[in-house]
Design a binder for this molecule. Structure first.
Ligand code: NAD
Length: 311
């Protein structure tokens, strides 16, 4: 089923994911609009193409890992996009791992299911799309330990699982088209809000005279324990090896968190769900980026609350 895999979007995440597919033995052809990103692969002897439509001509399965919804739409439906050439498509499976809004994933999935398949006789009459965003940053992409959350047909998910497990260690099937994208933005929304909650509480604790390390010990053995307190603590010096202990360098950039919160806020509006914390978190991360912290890890939001009285 996977004689050849096309990979589009060779940035921080995609270059590492494509490398892991190559290591796993897949025949991979790659494309990116950035010629430097492409050259790194051609220098390794990997086949490269100039446009998504050329990738579609040689691939059974295609994976896209692009910055945002507009880039994904361009790659799929733009001039020289994957769907260029009418309703006939060689790939039988298209997987988008970008973090985008569920509405765009659903629209694309419908468009693709209307395309006819050429070459792969007998398997399917129409190609299918999976939205399969990932959790885990650049290090997890490099180590092949990403988590994939997947929306679309369950049959296609099961067929694609070996590909996911070449790039990650966990996969969760989330239901129909768009549900992977929905899971991703909800996960990051909860993570953003919990980071804000832990930051605010640790800051208040410091102002009340208890050190962040002691209060973290209390949280981590009590009901306030969370990933933001026990794995990714935002207060410098409380934990070793996390961004807060290296001046918020590396990690998950505030601008990416702001982007994901924009997706959550837009989705909440579209479905008419009350989401007061979503809008507040969106505002805080937007301000943080405008204040020049867009490339620092998102836990630098702690500084916003830090009173400076107890360090
Ligand atoms: P990136 O900006 O480093 O890479 C994106 C790549 O896509 C670039 O190489 C760019 O040249 C290429 N690209 C853009 N438009 C294109 C087009 N029309 N045709 C072909 N290539 C095109 O982004 P990234 O950090 O790799 O993130 C990719 C996606 O993964 C985003 O949606 C992001 O939100 C999500 N994500 C990122 C992280 C992270 O820690 N970086 C973690 C989880 C999920």
């Amino acid at each position: 089923l996977f004689e050849s895999v096309g990979f589009i979007g060779l940035g921080n995440m995609g270059s590492r994911m494509a490398n892991n597919l190559i290591k796993a033995g897949y025949k991979v052809t790659v494309q990116d609009i950035n010629s430097n990103a492409l050259k790194k692969f051609s220098d390794m002897g990997v086949d490269t193409k100039e446009t998504p439509s050329e990738i579609a001509e040689v691939s059974d399965v295609i994976i896209t890992m692009l910055p945002s919804s507009s880039h994904v739409n361009d790659v799929y439906t733009g001039p020289n996009g994957l769907l260029h050439g009418g309703n006939v498509l060689r790939p039988w499976l298209l997987i988008d791992s970008s973090t985008i809004d569920p509405q765009t994933s659903r629209k694309l999935s419908l468009t693709i299911s209307k395309c006819m398949l050429k070459q792969k006789k007998g398997y399917r009459e129409t190609p299918v799309m999976l939205d399969a965003p990932v959790s885990g940053g650049v290090l997890a992409a490099e180590a092949g330990t990403l988590t994939f959350m997947v929306g679309g047909s369950e049959e296609a998910y099961l067929a694609a699982k070996p590909l996911f497990l070449s790039m990650g260690k966990n996969t969760v099937y989330c239901g129909g088209a768009g549900n992977g994208s929905a899971a991703k933005i909800c996960n990051n929304l909860a993570m953003a809000i919990s980071m804000l909650g832990v930051s605010e509480a640790l800051s208040l604790g410091q102002s009340l005279g208890i050190s962040a390390s002691t209060l973290t010990k209390v949280f981590n053995s009590s009901s306030a324990r969370s990933w933001s307190s026990d794995t990714y603590n935002p207060v410098p010096g409380v934990m070793a090896g996390v961004p807060s202990s290296r001046n918020y360098d590396g990690g998950f950039a505030s601008k990416l968190m702001a982007k994901d919160l924009n997706l959550a806020a837009t989705s909440a509006k579209e479905v008419g769900v009350k989401s007061p914390f979503t809008y507040q978190a969106q505002q805080i991360y937007t301000d943080l980026c405008q204040d020049g912290h867009e490339n620092e890890d998102f836990s630098c939001v702690f500084r916003r609350y830090f009173s400076g009285k107890d360090e």
